[in-house]
Write a protein that binds this ligand. Structure first.
Ligand code: SF4
Length: 360
């Protein structure tokens, strides 16, 4: 298979709890909870579902002191590192740092008085936690809106540099930056400009991308353009959908670019009148059955002998429709299956392989 080398932009490695971001660390996948943070159980349940989908880091918004205390409980029981999303209130930042936040998402330029900014940065240093600067086209400073007329890539970068200069002045290098706009080209250009100006890792995302389908497409294009250019150290696909979908789409983007493989990669034909079994129904059922699998494997689901044997041979496991339908294992036709057996048999093969891998 042709896999081009994508030279990655060199960046400083920072830590978000136990997960490294930047440098030679794998590109991590993030999501954000959309429950009330004060509802500890609901938030933990969502984090747990995202963790089962393979998420590396989860962001939780902390809009009040009450939410900060709830965050403390959540942090104690979370199995993945947590970033706290804070706007303006430095006291909340200080509190969540005490309660074990792994990273603070706060823009230093929005904190206000210098002594408050210094207190937050000192607290991050004392607790050994990183900071994320997040510039968003929707909340660009008024003077920059006036200067540029609209959120241009240059305006986003200028806004980010203001926050970055504060951290530089306070000698705090362990931060990452995001520059998000809902327009793909604006976002991509902004990241490209910033990537050439700083050494810190970049958190990629297209903001307010949309619902599951349109947001996934927009994110895949925007993040794909940047990742294919070697830019980006951690990603979040923002969707007006279940956070678990954000995680799945994030991994699908990395998988498509051969950057990081996690979970089952299903190769399926689009199906046509030649299909010997219902390809779409089979793919949907198989995806649902293998949703929990984090190990990487290629599984081909092909409707007939036109392209079926070729693709099935390339995958770890494959089904090629025909008379009879043939199930392939490691590139070789292994046995015949009826339409009703396809999903069960492919699932069995995958799970048995995982069990063997775990024993070895
Ligand atoms: Fe149609 Fe066969 Fe191609 Fe699938 S593999 S799209 S069933 S011709």
């Amino acid at each position: 298979m042709f896999k081009p080398e994508i030279p990655r932009r060199k960046s400083r490695k920072i830590m978000v709890g136990s997960v490294a971001v930047g440098g030679d660390a794998p590109i991590s996948v993030q999501t954000m909870t959309n429950t009330e943070t004060c509802d500890v159980e609901a938030t933990l349940a969502q984090i747990d579902r995202a963790a089962r989908a393979g998420v590396d880091i989860v962001r939780v918004s902390v809009p009040s002191m009450e939410a900060a205390e709830a965050f403390g409980e959540i942090k104690k029981r979370s199995q993945v590192p947590l970033i706290t999303d804070i706007h303006f209130d430095y006291k909340i930042a200080l509190r969540v740092a005490e309660l074990g936040a792994d990273c603070l998402r706060i823009n230093p330029g929005n904190i206000g008085r210098e002594d408050r900014v210094q207190a937050v940065v000192q607290s991050a240093k004392d607790h050994g936690i990183s900071i994320r600067i997040g510039v968003n086209a929707g909340s660009l400073e008024k003077d920059l809106q006036k200067k540029y007329g609209e959120p241009t890539p240059e305006a986003l970068v200028e806004s980010a540099m203001r926050h970055i200069e504060i951290l530089d002045r306070l000698n705090f290098p362990d931060f990452k930056v995001s520059l998000k706009a809902s327009d793909v080209f604006t976002t991509v250009e902004a990241y490209k400009i910033l990537a050439a100006q700083i050494e810190q890792p970049l958190h990629l995302g297209i903001t307010e991308a949309g619902g599951l389908r349109s947001g996934s497409v927009k994110s895949a294009i925007g993040l794909g353009m940047l990742l294919a250019a070697g830019i980006g150290d951690t990603i979040r696909v923002s969707l007006a959908a279940d956070p678990v979908e954000e995680v799945k789409v994030g991994f699908d983007i990395l998988k498509s670019l051969h950057i990081r493989s996690k979970g089952i990669n299903i190769i399926a034909c689009p199906s046509c009148s030649r299909q010997e079994f219902d390809v779409i129904k089979t793919v949907n059922a198989l995806e649902a059955r293998l949703e929990d699998v984090l190990e990487h494997m290629d599984v081909a689901v092909m409707g007939c002998v036109v392209n079926g044997p070729g693709e099935a041979r390339e995958a770890n496991f494959g089904i090629a429709g025909g008379s009879p339908n043939l199930l392939y294992v490691d590139g070789k036709p292994a046995y015949k299956v009826t339409e009703n057996e396809i999903v069960d048999q492919l699932e069995r093969q995958v799970r048995e392989r995982i069990a063997r891998m775990k024993q070895e």
